[in-house]
Design a protein around this ligand. Structure first.
Ligand SMILES: [Zn+2]
Length: 315
């Protein structure tokens, strides 16, 4: 039933897209120069909205297409998204197939010059997805390593500065300040992780979305499924992770805010290993929950890991 609905939505979006591009696609070239004061930026992921705001401040207006708490991989676009992308001076997305729904809605755009994929930059050393339907493809969750988030932010600076050169100095000063905060975050994470004995640096989540975090900060990482897709928490996936948990010393397991929590609840029941907290991977938290910015997401994650894996609170 869900599949049929998805198919219907995909067809509807396709027709709306075709109609939309045919009717107003020709006005596309006018817009970059029309409003030199406020640059209209559209992004896909919720924390890109935060990153772009940190750099752009009062000279930009930014909108995220994917609502907080929704899996970006399986997002179902609506016709208003096509209009938003078309109207934007700049469109920023992650890339490496994070937004699997995107090619179908942007394939008809005559020009994609103002489209930027933050993860698809040479400086970022990608890790392949180990198994599942996209095995061997680059894992798109590169921002979970703060060094990569800094590469994202520097790219955002160059995108905004090129689109609005009169504000270059303003963007530069804000970028420098934000990058200092991200450097501090990176140092803080390393200090916090030192509190966890090496044998307990075990990060088991629903989706395998912390490979970059695990590589940089020294965790063993595994998950029920490799990447968010229609098959999440199948019996075979659950049996596999329970088998892994029998071999590693995991004081706790974790769930992410935007996924179905039931598969991990089942793993927790069957192994007796408690769920140590909710981590923010692909989306900001709802207001008031403590992960409302990229920096807060990462801090909240690390605080929960330290507490759940050592039994002590971080400071
Ligand atoms: Zn994901």
């Amino acid at each position: 039933m869900k599949k049929q609905k998805s198919k219907f939505v995909a067809i509807l979006v396709f027709f709306c897209c075709t109609f939309f591009v045919l009717t107003i696609g020709c006005s596309k070239n006018d817009k970059a120069g029309t409003d030199s004061e406020i640059l209209q930026v559209v992004v896909t992921l919720s924390f890109f909205e935060d990153m772009v705001s940190q750099v752009g401040g009062e000279h930009i207006q930014v909108t995220a297409l994917i609502p907080v708490g929704v899996e970006p991989e399986d997002y179902e676009p609506v016709p208003a998204d096509i209009r938003a992308i078309n109207d934007a001076a700049v469109f920023i997305y992650n890339g490496h197939n994070m937004e699997r729904w995107l090619p179908s809605i942007i394939s008809d755009f005559a020009s994609r010059e103002n489209f930027y994929a933050l993860a698809e930059q040479e400086e970022i050393e990608t890790i392949p997805l180990p198994e599942g339907p996209f095995a061997g493809d680059p894992d798109p969750h590169v921002w979970t390593d703060v060094k990569n988030a800094i590469i994202y932010v520097q790219k955002i600076y160059s995108i905004l500065a090129d689109a609005s050169p009169e504000n270059r100095d303003y963007f530069k000063a804000r970028t420098q300040k934000y990058v200092r905060e991200l450097d501090d975050l990176n140092s803080w994470i390393k200090e916090q992780v030192e509190k966890i004995p090496h044998s307990k640096r075990v990060l088991i989540t629903s989706e395998l979305c912390f490979q970059y975090f695990a590589r940089t900060y020294g965790f063993f990482h595994d998950a029920i499924w490799t990447i968010n897709a229609p098959e999440e928490g199948t019996p075979a996936q659950i049996i596999r992770i329970i088998d892994v948990l029998r071999k590693v010393n995991a004081p706790s397991v974790f769930v992410e805010n935007q996924v179905d929590h039931r598969p991990m609840e089942r793993v927790s029941r069957e192994t007796g290993i408690p769920i140590g907290g909710i981590l923010y991977s692909d989306s900001l938290s709802q207001p008031g929950e403590g992960g409302e910015t990229y920096i807060k997401m990462m801090r909240s994650n690390v605080e929960q890991m330290v507490e759940a894996l050592t039994g002590k609170e971080s400071d």
